[in-house]
Ligand binder design. Sequence first.
Ligand code: FMN
Ligand code: SF4
Length: 435
Amino acid sequence: MHHDSDPPRALTVAVAPGVAPRLLRDIDDVEDLARYRAEGGYRVVGATAELLDQISTSGLRGRGGAGFPLAVKLSGVRAAALRGSRTVAVANGEEGEPASIKDKWLMRHRPHLVLDGLRLAAAVVGAHRAVVYLSDGESARAVDHALTELDAAAITEVPIELVVVEPGYVAGEETAAVRAVNGGPAKPTDKPPRPFESGVDGLPTLINNVETLAHLPFIQAHGGEAFRAVGTPGSPGTFLATVTGGGRGPGLYELAHGTPFATLLDLHGVPASEVRGALMGGYFSGLLGEPILDATLDHESLRALGSALGCGAVALLTDECPVTIAAAVLAYFDRENAGQCGSCFNGTAAMAAAATALHEHRATDTDLANLHRWSTVLRGRGACATLDAAANIAESLLTAFPAEVRAHLTGRCPTCADPAPLPLRPFHAETAVLA
Ligand SMILES: Cc1cc2nc3c(=O)[nH]c(=O)nc-3n(C[C@H](O)[C@H](O)[C@H](O)COP(=O)(O)O)c2cc1C
Ligand code: SF4
């Protein structure tokens, strides 16, 4: 297992065979304005109703985790603008998810692709203000420089600002982003209101993941039908997958939705025979056992397995014990939750304590029964979905890896004969060296 204290390992960036990349390029440095425009970027916006139609046809779903249809979100905020309200558009590049690197890669290497997508979305919702929200220093430098280039070339119609916050798991949640842009702490607030009703400055606010926005220039240039020419009917287009684990450095891959998991393993160079399961959607969507080996990578197929694609981060379990990983992730949530909601503050602490006891071979049947009960009753509590993520981890450990859980109860887990301290951030993708 890769530990936080280990030296960084290089990031592999590749495109699945047969896929024409829409987001990834062979770029080690930062793509500048001239290079981006040479590819046809920053086209004239044109009629926004037509662009919205094309986005609707494309079926593009959000890449930040929930997979929500972009056109629906755009339509809501656009309707407010058509009623005379001022509106705001936010690109969410916070990427608090430790096992994901895709948003940082886009901002560090193709900031203009993200900014082009943001200005197109801002145009569709009639925004008078646009914000790039992030926490990574290298991304901030690249985006800031790209904004300077845009100013000099007088390209965008809407003023775009950069808001940089301290990194944190919950800082990328949409209400936390809104609160931070409004000058508060990057911690979630109760919903409703949702940002599309009342967000930045109390105005209807569009907030989208930076990868979601980075798909828009393709749709503008080629149309919605071309976008969905690859992918599945329910999950159109390509997506970025961050892969960690398997004894290798992190990988960033562009795949068509519907790609067999086996293809991803080939790309990452890990034999299927070595994989006992995966942690899905970064830390969010829980663990899957061997059924992942026959799955395809799209929202429908993973939902049918009781899991989710989430932000596209897939951590491979090979030598790692799933009990250790679950305990480490629950301990991470115990540390990283915003400490605002009693159910989350206490619930993550209790689940982490039970899972840690299991990891250390000192859990009782009562601990296990409690873990099971908490993973059910705590769902939906708290202002944001962090507690759901913790419940996903606990529940999926118990259902996907019953033999390993039993082995830990009896003190006979072959992987953990001498349990090591829990890693602080297992499968942390940032341990890569990025150019
Ligand atoms: C605890 C938590 C953390 C989140 N972190 C991020 C994040 O770092 N980046 C992100 O884009 N979305 C994150 N989200 C999802 C956002 O709330 C929001 O749904 C997303 O930015 C919407 O963009 P999309 O529709 O383009 O996916 C998080 C959600 C939760 C519940
Ligand atoms: S649910 Fe947890 S992480 Fe979310 S706001 Fe409440 S305390 Fe913070």
